[in-house]
Design a protein around this ligand. Structure first.
Ligand SMILES: [Zn+2]
Length: 416
């Protein structure tokens, strides 16, 4: 009923393998393509290629790309050889990786779909179990990492990202030039970044010019321990500084709003987002209201103004000028007598090198941050991860720039 030659051709089965039988099970909605090895073909050890004696053979099945929505299985008895040096091993199968239950082409299809959709959706559409899809992802990542030759990165971004809903984190290192995640490590302690640096050669460490990060002491310490002249290489991201300032403004607002409400004054009610924006608001009643608020004598208005001034210091000029300007800002912000602002001023003055480096290099951690937001998307798509290994795999899978596909010699589209 089904043409063996047709399958041999569209599957690209070549000598010494041939299609011996094709069967169809309507009840199981399954096509089975039986493949056999020429009994006269010499058998080679998969490790050293020495022609070896047939030891035995074992029946194997692999899921391949569907035929008109029928699940399609390749079926073959696969010989094992007895190599003098390597013992009993299954011969090399050109359409699947050793031990795999899917053909390389099928795994490639699953990998393509996983780039578009979550594991649950891919499993449903391709009639696989969740664990099967997850296994294909894990193998793809292991394959990609094994193939990867670590490039020398000049500019790195380090960021933490939360894992699941608990306060657990992973540390993610991004190459700012390629945009790829180069390392994912458990936790956000010093050891996380120490481990990354320790995997680099002294040359690779020496080639690093910039490491962008949040003002996070463990990352700073790890970088100082690993890199020469780290004080000129660590860059504290502009947007992190902006965030600390924004948070300070918000804390000032909340305290002040509480105090005002106790006196029945609702001036600050509903203004939270006014203070989170920068100076420009589109014209309209909102802009007018904000204009009158920010020129008021409210504490939050002063804090907001201090934040805006700090952000204006972010333009390139001589190092000593940048240093002086930030020092002057810190003194001024401290004199405003608002604890949240004073705290940020202290933070800026104790991390001044990295801030000045950021101003002078123009480097931001936006790329690592971009990776972080993609990671949040990955997390959302997966509805949380049951373990860190899976989380790490998913990050590498989507953001590692890895060569994920299994090598496939047969079962490609034959271009005879
Ligand atoms: Zn061998």
């Amino acid at each position: 009923m089904i043409d063996k030659d047709l399958y041999a051709t569209i599957l690209g089965i070549r000598s010494p393998w041939s299609v011996t039988e094709v069967t169809l099970s309507r009840s199981d909605e399954e096509v089975s393509v039986h493949i056999a090895l020429d009994p006269d073909a010499p058998l080679q050890c998969p490790r050293c290629a020495a022609v070896s004696r047939r030891y035995d053979s074992r029946p194997r099945r692999w899921r391949h790309l569907d035929t008109c929505e029928y699940r399609t299985m390749l079926v073959a008895d696969v010989p094992r050889v007895e190599c003098r040096e390597h013992g009993v091993l299954q011969i090399f199968i050109p359409w699947a990786e050793p031990g795999g239950r899917f053909t390389a082409r099928f795994e490639g299809l699953v990998i393509d779909w996983m780039k578009e959709a979550c594991i649950t959706a891919v499993a449903r559409r391709l009639r696989l179990t969740w664990d099967e899809v997850d296994g294909i992802q894990a193998r793809a990542v292991a394959r990609g990492l094994a193939r990867r030759r670590r490039r020398t990165s000049r500019r790195l971004g380090v960021d933490e990202t939360s894992f699941a809903k608990r306060h657990e984190y992973v540390t993610v290192v991004t190459d700012m030039d390629s945009g790829h995640v180069v390392h994912v490590e458990d936790d956000r302690g010093r050891a996380a970044l120490d481990n990354f640096y320790s995997q680099l050669t002294p040359q690779q460490r020496g080639a690093i010019e910039v490491v962008a990060m949040d003002m996070w002491e463990p990352y700073i310490q790890a970088t100082f321990a690993a890199l020469p002249e780290a004080d000129r290489k660590i860059v504290f991201d502009k947007f992190h500084v902006a965030k600390h300032l924004g948070d300070a403004v918000d804390t000032v607002r909340r305290t002040e709003q509480r105090e005002l409400l106790e006196q029945g004054d609702r001036t600050l009610v509903g203004t939270k987002y006014f203070w989170l924006t920068s100076s420009e608001l589109p014209d309209g009643p909102r802009a007018e209201r904000f204009d009158s608020l920010r020129t008021s004598t409210l504490k939050v208005a002063k804090a907001w103004h201090a934040k805006e001034v700090a952000m204006e210091l972010w333009c390139v000029r001589r190092r000593c000028e940048v240093v002086q300007d930030f020092q002057a800002w810190c003194r001024w912000a401290t004199r405003l007598r608002m604890d949240p602002l004073r705290k940020v001023a202290r933070m800026i003055s104790s991390h001044l090198d990295g801030i000045v480096n950021a101003v002078l290099t123009g480097v931001t951690n936006a790329l690592a941050e971009g990776a972080n937001s993609k990671i949040q998307w990955i997390k959302k798509m997966a509805r949380g991860f049951r373990n860190r290994q899976r989380f790490r795999n998913a990050i590498y899978f989507h953001l590692g720039g890895l060569d994920l596909y299994p090598a496939c010699l047969f079962l490609t589209h034959t271009k005879a």
